[in-house]
Design a protein. Sequence first.
Length: 456
Amino acid sequence: MIISPVFDKESNKALYIQLYEYIKSEITSGLLRPDSKLPSIREASLSLNLSKTTIENAYSQLVAEGYIENSPKRGYFVCDLSDYNFEINAEPYKNLISSTKETEYINDGVDRDSFDTSTWKRLYNKVISDESTNIYNSGSIQGEKALREEIANFVNTMRGGHTSPEQVIVGAGVQYLLGILIGIIKENYNTVAVEKPGFNKAEFIFEDYMFNVRHIAITDNGFPVDELRKSDAGLIYISPSHQYPLGTIMSVNKRMELLEWAYKNNGLILEDDYDSMIRYGGMPIPCLQGLDKNDCVVYLGSFSKMLLPALRISFMVIPKKLLEKYNSIKSRHTQSTSKIDQLVLASFMKEGHMVKHLRKIKRIYRKKNLLLTSSLKNTFADKLEIINSDSGLHIVCEAKTLKTEEKLKEDAGNSNIHLNIISSANNKIIFSLNYSGISMNKIQDFTELLGTVLFE
């Protein structure tokens, strides 16, 4: 049993009293169970850096009050007080539990029929049965080489990029990877520009690392590169192939302007390739990284929407000029993604299942997209207008409503609907609505539920 109180050495209370009160509280709250053995006086003295006399005085008081007993040649044990009720203030714990409760949204996740679990199981069994995969060690900090090779090939062939496995870093989520990137570049950059509206969770990471954040508002003409030029930012976090949450696509002229800014200002472009593979009005737009001739783009991708959110595998492609710095600091990190899952995904991609999977989910989500947009138009008529719905797994809408933004968020949460409000003014809101998790046969029911959130 380990005891780890925090002592206030500025307090008027003696240290043995503080220790006594701590152990008493642990016993009455049930955290120290009956018959649990406490550390010996010598052990506690060493671990807490207190004198043996202090420990002995605290234990003696607890023995005297019947909270613990001293068994000769065995040590100190917690007494069984289960017949007694201690008044515990549980309210703080209730608040903690309610505030951390996760909501399972109706419209989140991925389509339940989209993922081939039988193929994944077969590949999983193959990986854990193959002695050459050596699943008994922790694997590569940077990510398994087999997976990095497949990712590099995927980016080059499917996204129009140009990269090598050495530039690929694998991790559990874009936020984790941004933390690694900041460790590489923080000596040279301290200010980042972000799209407004944009991906807030990326912005939070930069804030946590004490970066200055500059918001650049998206206009009707897309991302205003001129505003970036006027700012003092050396970094820009952007999603050019499918802007989140508005769903717009950056034109090639704007892309070239952005690359020119990075080249002339020794800047870095952090390209989030969010939902870029899911496009209904033509071919997917090639990534910005593929246009970069001056080693200025960091490319971020994820398999959460393409495959499964539960898989938690994302990747980052860093410019070659950052490789030396990364190699010098990568030992500070540990790999956050399962080695087994990485190897299964590598096999999944190598055997061609990813290409088949992408064709399949495009069919599923295209049908779901058409059903939902049709349902919204037919149900709400002039109350709601669909602004953007031709790519990705969410649509952007404008609705007339008398509800406040706070009330809309509350009602959406109570209905388990993930509703991202982009702006609200003059009894109108613009919002993005994910639809990937809605069952095909529940779309009309979902539409009616959304109506109660927006209009009732």
